[in-house]
Ligand binder design. Structure first.
Ligand SMILES: [Zn+2]
Length: 423
């Protein structure tokens, strides 16, 4: 299994990768169509046969299935929603995620996370605490297998027990961490409270993160203050695995060859070009258990096609910027609530704000309503700085910035209000 992570495989010429992936896609679609009744129904309703899908672009002919659809389908057709492609007695294990969604797995074949741990530098000789849950959800076990596939030793510490994690890290001279960034910070802070000098007393050299955003300020703290090299992985529970991962360049997450990854407009399902933000949609190529295709993750990202200095030739996700449900499209660009909030939080003078989207003379109109902490400040200056800063992050220019009296904007409010009327 280990040769799967050899860099040779990941350095293949892009055209060769494309050729192999298309072939795997056709096989995967046929396998799903022939064996999973729900997948067949989905094709039939769209009037498409697996042989009609000859390119990645052709996938647009098929609808996107999202978490909500999966929950509904499993409820009406228990337990697997008609997506199982093998006889049920051949299922090795079933993971359960909120919904509930039952995810059948076959343990043969690819290790879902090994590539990601390998790219993060995990090797034989490393001792790794694996801190996600080992119950119900696939996280603990799949990460565990990925770490093992790189030859490293795993300590299955699971969730919580900060003090016990700290004792373990000291006693076993733990060199690696797998889990969420916030929990590693909790461990470090607690160790400091206990009187340790983290850098001197601990052996932690690398940390592999998933399940949570890694703000660049936090990454900097880990790397510069504590000497921990950090890596991110983008995993999707309902797909049972790692979809993209960072290499030593830490500049975007390489697509896993085991999926066709599309970035689409969440409203139309149409594919977007590199650099444009849209929803991540993934189709597994080598999952012989589960016939899920075009799974819409609800996560927003864009992708890069430039070659990576690490030598891997796969494209990269530029990072997860938010959830499709929290994003609104304005003049062709998504404004994501979280990103917008980040911009406003840079301006101390603002107490409350709201982003209003309207439509005037065939054009989307973007207006900021702002309440100030102190109304006597230089409004023009603030207005200019905000109008300059906002498009740097959200890529759309505000048309107007209105200052409103204190108390105008309700305390409990949506960040973005879409007032456009759709006919
Ligand atoms: Zn790379």
């Amino acid at each position: 299994m280990r040769e799967k992570f050899f860099d040779e495989q990941e350095r293949i010429a892009p055209e060769e990768r494309q050729r192999r992936q298309l072939q795997s896609l056709q096989e995967a679609l046929k396998r799903a169509y022939d064996n999973a009744p729900s997948t067949k129904e989905l094709f039939d309703r769209a009037g498409v046969k697996p042989s009609d899908i000859r390119t990645v672009k052709d996938l647009e002919k098929l609808p996107i299935t999202r978490k909500g659809d999966l929950i509904e389908l499993q409820r009406s057709n228990p337990p697997y929603g008609g997506f199982l492609t093998i006889p049920s007695e051949e299922v090795d294990r079933v993971f359960i995620t909120p919904g509930p969604i039952y995810g059948p797995h076959h343990t043969e074949g690819i290790s879902w996370f090994g590539k990601s741990f390998y790219a993060a530098g995990f090797r034989k000789g490393d001792i790794v605490i694996n801190t996600p849950t080992y119950h119900m959800s696939p996280a603990g076990i799949l990460f565990h297998e990925g770490i093992r596939a790189c030859g490293a030793t795993v300590v299955p510490t699971g969730v919580g027990n900060t003090d016990a994690q700290i004792r373990t890290m000291l006693d076993l001279k733990v060199t690696g961490y797998a889990g969420m960034p916030s929990f590693l910070m909790t461990i470090i802070r607690r160790a400091e409270e206990m009187g340790y000098d983290f850098r001197r007393d601990f052996s932690l050299k690398r940390a592999w993160f998933t399940g949570e955003m890694l703000p660049s300020s936090l990454r900097k703290t880990f790397e510069e203050d504590y000497g921990i090299s950090t890596f991110q992985c983008y995993a999707v529970t309902d797909l049972g695995g790692c979809v993209a991962y960072e290499c030593s360049e830490k500049s975007g997450m390489h697509f896993m060859d085991e999926y066709i990854i599309e970035i689409v407009d969440p409203h139309t399902g149409k594919q977007l070009p590199p650099g444009e933000v849209g929803e991540i949609v993934a189709t597994p190529l080598h999952n012989d258990t589960w016939g899920l295709i075009r799974y819409g993750t609800g996560d927003l990202s864009s992708y890069l096609t430039e070659p990576c200095p690490c030598g891997r030739t796969s494209w990269r996700l530029s990072g997860i910027v938010g959830r499709a449900a929290d994003a609104v499209k304005v003049r062709g660009m998504f404004i994501i609530a979280k990103q917008a909030e980040g911009v406003f939080s840079e301006f101390d003078q603002i107490s409350r704000y709201q982003i209003i989207i309207g439509h005037k003379q065939q054009r989307d109109e973007l207006v900021f309503k702002i309440e100030l902490k102190d109304e006597s400040i230089d409004k023009k200056n603030l207005s200019d700085s905000l109008a300059e800063r906002f498009p740097q992050v959200c890529r759309v220019r505000p048309d107007r910035i209105e200052f409103v009296p204190q108390g105008t904007i309700p305390e409990e409010r949506q960040t973005i209000v879409d007032e456009r009327k759709w006919k």
